[in-house]
Design a protein around this ligand. Structure first.
Ligand code: UGA
Length: 446
């Protein structure tokens, strides 16, 4: 099939590369000529495991190309995907200006097209957006055009770091459309990914939009809940959140997924989507009580983590703190809404020197600049540090060499904000251990 993808970000690029990999002819459009030139020579501007190789191979085979003008691509395609950014406005609502612009471009390009075209919205949009976006396309199209087109909402369900794998073996593929013809085309397109088991769920565009937002809201709510419980454990004498978590999650109705305490969730999706869902519900006249406080709970938790670390390290006597991992999760370079930002900022404001090591620190360098010192080796970063904070659970941090830490660090405090380490192992090696909801030293003091 011939496909156009508007937007070469995490979603658009993965979608384009994976469809091209299966033999489709894909043109990806981005209005940034620098990105387009780099991609045409096989260089990708984001870190996503497995993606670089897929892009290079498909570009070489002639199945994947990149341009900065949408018109010609749309006219020569059967399916046009919209995968442009929908960032948050300051008030929590989605900023639809880019996607509206892209819908206009597509409408105009369709004017001079022939045959049947499917326009697929993959970007995350507030519930009910299909009305606005299909309205824009129809308006631009005007009367008298020979093209027939149908609207599909096909929200993405990829997680950063595992996006290629998620696309290749999806849990489900959500297709929201009123058109049977468009549905069949979408099924044909995704068929290579569902050969073993049919994963396609069909509903209306409104169903699909709401399902997307509800999925992320459900996951974010679980993380916010376990983090609040961890805070309860912090002040409960003798409680260890990791033990409590296992006792609770073993109940198959509750389960283990997205119930891991952390310094707070981040990324480009949970914070934005949950706020956007609530903002849109309010526009429609309903103020959801529970959903309205999830984002706030997560923000409070991130700040609490910064306060807690700053409170426990005794800022007056601390000169240097080492941080392992700053991205919002492992296997990505993405720093959007990362918990590391408020926590490190809190320490910088105390006048503490912060040494940072992260295996994918290019975006972090742009954010922190020279306010922190970046290292290329995790053990170099801990030299003379009074404390070490684990902020992102990259696999290489799982089994620290405690004796090396002991020789190189000045202090003896370990803040494990991903609960990855055994407190007993840290204690045995002479370190004071602090986790999320598992504050061993504090319990003794209470
Ligand atoms: C999320 C969803 O998982 C995807 O299904 C969805 O397609 C995507 O948003 C999107 O809407 O584009 P992503 O934001 O890439 O994916 O990352 P997640 O793995 O969901 O993690 C989000 C945040 O929650 C991270 O900061 C992570 O550290 C945190 N988290 C996750 C926890 O703190 N505890 C957990 O138990 C799980």
């Amino acid at each position: 099939m011939k496909i156009t993808i508007c937007g070469c970000g995490y979603v658009g690029l993965v979608t384009g590369a994976l469809f091209a990999d299966r033999g489709n002819k894909v043109i990806c459009v981005d209005n940034n000529p620098k990105i387009v030139n780099a991609l045409n020579s096989g260089k990708i501007h984001i870190f996503e495991p497995g993606l670089g190789k897929l892009v290079q191979e498909s570009v070489k085979r002639g199945n994947l190309s990149f341009i900065d003008k949408v018109e010609e691509a749309v006219q020569n395609s059967d399916v046009i995907f919209l995968a442009v950014g929908t960032p948050s406005n300051g008030d929590g609502s989605f900023n639809l200006s880019y996607i509206k612009e892209a819908a206009k471009d597509i409408g105009r390009a369709l004017r001079n097209s022939l045959g049947f075209k499917v326009v697929v919205v993959k970007s995350t949009v507030p519930q009910g957006s299909y009305k606005i976006l299909s309205g824009i396309i129809n308006q631009e199209l005007g009367d008298g055009s020979l093209v027939e087109w149908a609207y599909v909402s096909n929200p993405e369900t990829l997680a950063e770091g595992t996006a290629v794998k998620d696309f290749q073996s999806p849990d489900r593929i959500i297709i929201g459309t009123d058109s049977d013809k468009a549905f069949l085309i979408m099924k044909e397109l995704y068929y290579p990914f569902i050969i073993k088991r049919d994963r396609i769920m069909r509903g209306s565009p409104a169903d699909a939009e709401l399902a997307k937002l509800f999925s992320n809201t459900a996951l974010a709510t679980r993380v916010a809940m376990i983090n609040e419980m961890a805070r309860v454990a912090d002040i409960t004498p003798g409680a260890d959140m990791d033990v409590v978590r296992r006792m609770v999650c073993e109940d198959s109705r509750i389960g283990y997924k997205f119930m891991f305490p952390s310094p707070g969730y981040g990324g480009s999706c949970f914070p934005k989507d949950i706020q956007g869902l609530v903002a849109q519900a309010k526009i429609y006249g309903y103020n959801p009580k529970l959903l309205s406080v999830i984002h706030e709970s997560n923000e409070v938790h991130k700040n609490y983590m910064g306060e807690r670390v700053a409170g426990l390290i005794n800022c007056q006597n601390t000169t240097t703190v080492a941080v392992w991992g700053v991205t919002f999760k492992p296997q990505t370079d993405d720093m959007r809404d990362a918990a590391s930002i408020p926590i490190i900022t809190r320490l910088i404001n105390e006048g503490i020197n912060v040494n940072v090591y992260d295996p994918q620190d290019n975006k972090a360098r742009g954010i922190f600049g020279n306010k922190v010192t970046f290292f290329n080796d995790q053990y170099e970063a801990v030299k003379n540090a009074d404390a070490l904070i684990l902020l992102t659970e990259w696999r290489q941090f799982d089994s620290p060499d405690f004796s090396r830490l002991k020789t190189q660090m000045k202090g003896r405090q370990l803040f494990d904000l991903r609960n990855r380490w055994l407190p007993e192992a840290a204690n045995r090696n002479g370190f004071d251990y602090f986790g999320v909801g598992r504050n061993y030293l504090l319990h003794e003091k209470i």
